[in-house]
Design a protein around this ligand. Sequence first.
Ligand SMILES: [Fe+2]
Ligand SMILES: [Fe+2]
Length: 187
Amino acid sequence: MHELLSFLEKQHTELRKLISELEEKTTRRDGNKAEAFTALKKLLVPHMKSEEEIFYPLLLENEDARLFTYMAYEVHRMASIIIGDIDEERNNEERWAAQFRVLRQLFFDHIDQEEEDLYAFLEQFDAGRMKGALEALQEKQRSVVEEMFTESTSTVAERKSPELSRPEHEVIARAEAAGDPGGEQAG
Ligand SMILES: [Fe+2]
Ligand SMILES: [Fe+2]
């Protein structure tokens, strides 16, 4: 397995753990959630953004991967809406419990689909391309974390997730406008 995929898979393992823990905490009405939610956002938001900007555009080069990839963009969009809503509903225990349950159902299936259906489509790329993608993905994650935690004086727990809907649509629009799965990035 290429390092890019093991890197994402490791994050998936951690995301499964964090989401399950939060769902359990909210179901039990455990008061200590802010820290766990911040830890989840700090991993989940950069993970999604980097997939949208680096991983999924690679997949869109393969026509056979397009349906699953567009589904993945949609799941990210829904997950970011839920994360934003949880930010808003910080003191509403019942809403939190419901939202984390939906997030778990939505995201666990999504992660399985990435690992079981999407990774195989990267086999067409050579080692150099994959290495470049890994570096770009890690750099993107670093910059998103920086953006999330430095742009305001509010506390980390109070921060909102960055808007996720615009970039993925730009990516999709670009891919569609190119009309060629080989596109400008082929090589
Ligand atoms: Fe994803
Ligand atoms: Fe993922």
